[in-house]
Design a protein around this ligand. Structure first.
Ligand code: NDP
Length: 400
C-alpha cells in the first residue's frame, strides 16, 4: 500500500520499525535512516529475525535539508515518520515540501537554544502543505497523540460539551536505576524542569515547576503523587475544543526522581547554553545525556506499567457527566514484543497507526493537522489491534 521512511533509531524508532514490519500489507516498503546507520542496521537485523521482513537502512543527518532531499529523491517514500528529535522537525518538513512527501511526527518543534515547545513554527507550514497537496500529522505518539484522540473520541461519542480536561500520565515502572529518563534525556529534562502551565477560563495560568500536586489513583496501580506540568497537546486541544473551561496535564514523579532533578538543576547540569570546558565549548545537558543510562537500554529489567488517560467532565443530554479513558501498558510485554520499554512502545505504536491511517486514505487531507482534527474512530480500533487496548469508566470520582 505504501512506502515509509522512518527517521531516528532510538527507543521509539525501534518500536516503529517492528510495528510497521508487523503490518506488511500496509507498509509494503520500509526504510530506517538515522545519524548513526549501525543503529538502524541493528534494529533491521532484529526485525528480520522476529518477523522475516527486510528493512533497508541509510545514514542521514536530519539537520541538513540537502541530505534529506537527496535521500527522499533516492528512496521516494510516500510518508516520513519522524522519530528523531524535535530539533529536526522543520528541516524534515522542508525536505518533505521540496520532494512531495507526506509527514508525521510525535513531538513538536523546539529550538535548541530555548526550552520552549509551541506549535507556531509547524502551524506556519499549513499553507505550504495545503498548496502542495501534502498531509502533515503532528504529535502522533501517546501524549501528544493518543491523549488527543481520546479527547476527540470522548467529545464525539460521550459528551455534548466537554468542559474540564485532565490528562493523567503515570509511569509506575521500575528500571532499577537510581536515575534515568524514559526517552531522550535532553528533551525529557527540558520538558519536566520548565514552569508549569494550564488553561483556565480562556487564558494560560503559569506555575512554578511542580507547584501543583496531589495523589491521583491509577487503575491497577493505586495512588501516585501527580504534578501539573505543561504539555504540548494542551495548546492545540484548547483551540480545537473551545468549550474547555480548564485543561491540565498531570504527570507522576517519584521523590527520588525529583531530588535528582533538583540537584541537576541546582548544579547547572540542566543548562542548555554553551560553557567553556578545557578549551572546548560544551552544553551541560548534552554532556549529562552522555553519562546517563540510554533510555533504549532500560527495557531489559523494566517491570511495572504505564497508565495514561484523560479524565473529562462536561454535559451530556443536559446532565453533568464524568468520564475516564485510559490505557495501561506493561514494560515487560513491550520489551518481549519489540525489545523496547513501555514509554517507547506507547509512542511508537500510535506513530505507526497514524501512518497507517494516512496510507489507508482515512487521514489524508492537505495541510498541517494535530491528530484530534482527524476521525478518531478507525484509530481507536487499531489501538486495540496493535497492542494498546483502552478502557472507559463513567461517572466515577475524577479526583481532579
Ligand atoms: P532517542 O534519543 O532514543 O532517539 C533519537 C534518535 O534520533 C536517535 O537514533 C538519534 O541518532 C536520532 N537523531 C538525532 N539527531 C539526529 C539527526 N540530526 N539526524 C538524524 N538522526 C538524528 O529518542 P526517543 O526514541 O526516545 O524519542 C524519539 C522522539 O519521540 C523524540 O522526539 C521524543 O520527543 C518523542 N517522544 C514522544 C512521545 C509522545 O508520547 N508523543 C513520548 C516519548 C518520546 P543517534 O542514535 O545517532 O543519537
Amino acid at each position: 500500500m505504501g512506502k515509509v521512511l522512518i527517521i531516528g533509531a532510538g527507543g521509539v524508532g525501534t518500536v516503529v520499525a517492528h510495528k510497521t514490519a508487523q503490518n506488511r500489507e500496509i507498509f509494503t516498503d520500509i526504510m530506517q535512516a538515522s545519524r548513526t546507520r549501525s543503529k538502524c542496521d541493528a534494529i533491521a537485523g532484529e526485525v528480520k529475525r522476529r518477523t522475516g521482513v527486510t528493512i533497508s537502512t541509510a545514514q542521514v543527518d536530519a539537520d541538513s535539508v540537502p541530505e534529506l532531499v537527496h535521500l527522499f529523491h533516492e528512496y521516494k517514500p510516500d510518508m516520513v515518520i519522524n522519530v528523531a528529535l524535535p530539533y529536526q522537525d522543520l528541516t524534515i518538513m522542508d525536505a518533505c515540501l521540496e520532494c512531495g512527501v507526506n509527514y508525521l511526527d510525535t513531538a513538536n518543534y523546539e529550538p535548541r537554544d530555548e526550552a520552549r515547545f509551541e506549535y507556531k513554527w509547524q502551524w506556519a507550514y499549513r499553507d505550504r502543505f495545503e498548496n502542495a497537496g501534502l498531509t502533515a500529522i503532528l504529535g502522533c505518539g501517546f501524549d501528544p497523540g493518543v491523549t488527543s484522540i481520546f479527547t476527540a473520541h470522548a467529545a464525539r461519542h460521550h459528551f455534548d460539551e466537554i468542559r474540564y480536561l485532565d490528562i493523567v500520565d503515570c509511569n509506575a515502572g521500575d528500571h532499577g536505576k537510581a536515575f534515568a529518563t524514559n526517552f531522550n534525556p535532553e528533551i525529557n529534562i527540558r520538558e519536566v524542569t520548565q514552569k508549569g502551565k494550564y488553561w483556565e477560563n480562556g487564558q494560560w495560568v503559569e506555575t512554578e515547576p511542580h507547584e501543583i500536586h496531589k495523589p491521583l489513583t491509577y487503575p491497577g496501580i493505586g495512588p501516585k503523587e501527580s504534578y501539573v506540568i505543561y504539555h504540548e497537546e494542551l495548546e492545540s486541544l484548547v483551540r480545537n475544543y473551545p468549550t474547555l473551561r480548564r485543561a491540565r496535564f498531570w504527570m507522576t514523579f517519584g521523590q527520588e526522581y525529583l531530588t535528582h532533578l533538583r540537584v541537576i538543576r541546582n548544579i547547572g547540569m540542566a543548562r542548555i547554553d554553551e560553557v567553556e570546558y578545557n578549551g572546548q565549548k560544551i552544553v551541560p545537558i548534552q554532556f549529562l545525556k552522555a553519562v546517563l543510562p540510554d533510555p533504549g537500554s532500560l527495557g531489559e529489567n523494566y517491570t511495572g506499567e504505564t497508565s495514561i488517560g484523560c479524565r473529562i467532565r462536561g454535559i451530556k443530554d443536559g446532565k453533568e457527566r464524568s468520564y475516564y479513558i485510559y490505557n495501561n501498558c506493561s514494560h515487560e510485554a513491550a520489551y518481549r514484543e519489540t525489545g523496547a520499554q513501555g514509554v517507547s512502545y506507547t509512542t511508537g505504536v500510535p506513530a505507526t497507526i497514524g501512518a497507517m491511517m494516512f496510507l489507508q486514505g482515512l487521514w489524508k487531507r492537505p495541510g498541517v493537522f494535530n491528530v484530534e482534527e482527524f476521525d478518531p474512530d478507525p484509530f481507536m480500533k487499531q489501538l486495540v489491534k496493535q497492542g494498546l487496548p483502552w478502557h472507559e469508566q463513567f461517572d466515577t470520582d475524577p479526583e481532579v
